[in-house]
Ligand binder design. Sequence first.
Ligand SMILES: Cc1ncc(COP(=O)(O)O)c(C=O)c1O
Length: 441
Amino acid sequence: MRDDLGLSYAQRYFTRGIPRDALPAEPMPAQAAYQLVSDELALDGNPKQNLASFVTTWMEPEAQRLAADVLDKNLVDKDEYPRTETIHRRVMAMLGGLLNAHPDEEPVGTATVGSSEAIMLGLVAHRESWRKRGDGTGRPNIVCSGLVHTCWEKAARYFDLELRQVAPEPGRYVLDAERVKPLVDENTVAVGAILGNTFTGEADDVAGIDAMLRELPYDVPIHVDAASGGFVAPFLVPDLAWDFRLAQVRSINVSNHKFGLVYPGMGSVVFRDESVVDPSLVFDITYLGGSAPTYSLNFSQSSQGVVLQYYNFLRLGREGYGSIMAAIDSNAKALRARLSDMGVFDMIGEETFMPVIAVALKDPSDTDVFTLSARIREAGWIVPAYKLPPNATEVAVLRMVVRESFSRDMVDLLGDDVERALGRARGADVETPDNPHRPIC
Ligand SMILES: Cc1ncc(COP(=O)(O)O)c(C=O)c1O
């Protein structure tokens, strides 16, 4: 019976089994298909209890309606859906403003599936500009922190860039000018700086790196990976200069589906101005009717992301985003304080504007974070445990991302469940996973 799904529904919908991994030979009623799929999905974790992810798990019903309205529109069909394309352009223009574009420059940007695609597009643009400038003749490299998201490693491998990483050390997780400088040379295509790293939530010293790069005899741009911080910093620390206010910052990626408060499937890359992207990288698509310049890795793409982002921009404005970020910040502080009061955790990394909390056990002889994570999971909470990358692998953390859908009540409930898990976890034996230093996000 393992190969059949259907008989679990007894005789109401199905009189014979539905194959599990093969295309069924016959159709079934829509209601039956819906029931099967929806019941299977109900066995996933609860997104509201998923503190592993930075990605949005709640939007207003009006946003859900809009998402359903545009399900049938492919974003790449710019000529067919000119209003959707106008919305895309407006969203990019609003983002440029949020990222403090210089008044004399006109930023250009494009919607992507997420920050991974956006980072790849940013780095390819910088590789092309470096090639055209002809400053160096060696193998092109990028310099960044060892705490970058996997997509940086992917980009390096896919686009044949040497990845020069500054390894974190226990207690030192922020990339700064002092540690970047020795790695930069005339073959450096770009320096990557993170605004809210995936592991501890801290922000690299973008302003310090910018000042150092401005002193060099050759031009080295900065790409800021603001996947998670790009929508937080402008509202919580507006005076922190990390964006287009800094001369060497030529491109920035944000995950609109993180603190842009949009459902998954939407990121953006924004360039300081169009001169950053060599025209050879922009493809003019004519076979959909009209002429449509595109800069993307994918071709077809859902329109939902840009439409939902536009909705949020109109609905919330700066003030609305500001108050949501303040509430998230307050809940993150409350959770941090609750964990700290338990007396068994060390807080990892500096407390920053990011609502990310990473903790290590003060005394790991008693239990370990992997066991704790498994015990907390029994109450439904998804709190990942992992080791930091080299040279900080001795630091094993639990990491929690506080999002809009995580209320103060949930802070208290999670706190109670962590305390319960601490009591129960002592002496338990849960295996460390094979590759434990990659957080899920
Ligand atoms: C700093 C950072 N960069 C890039 C990414 C990848 O983003 P996306 O999932 O939008 O592709 C993440 C994901 O969490 C991240 O935290």
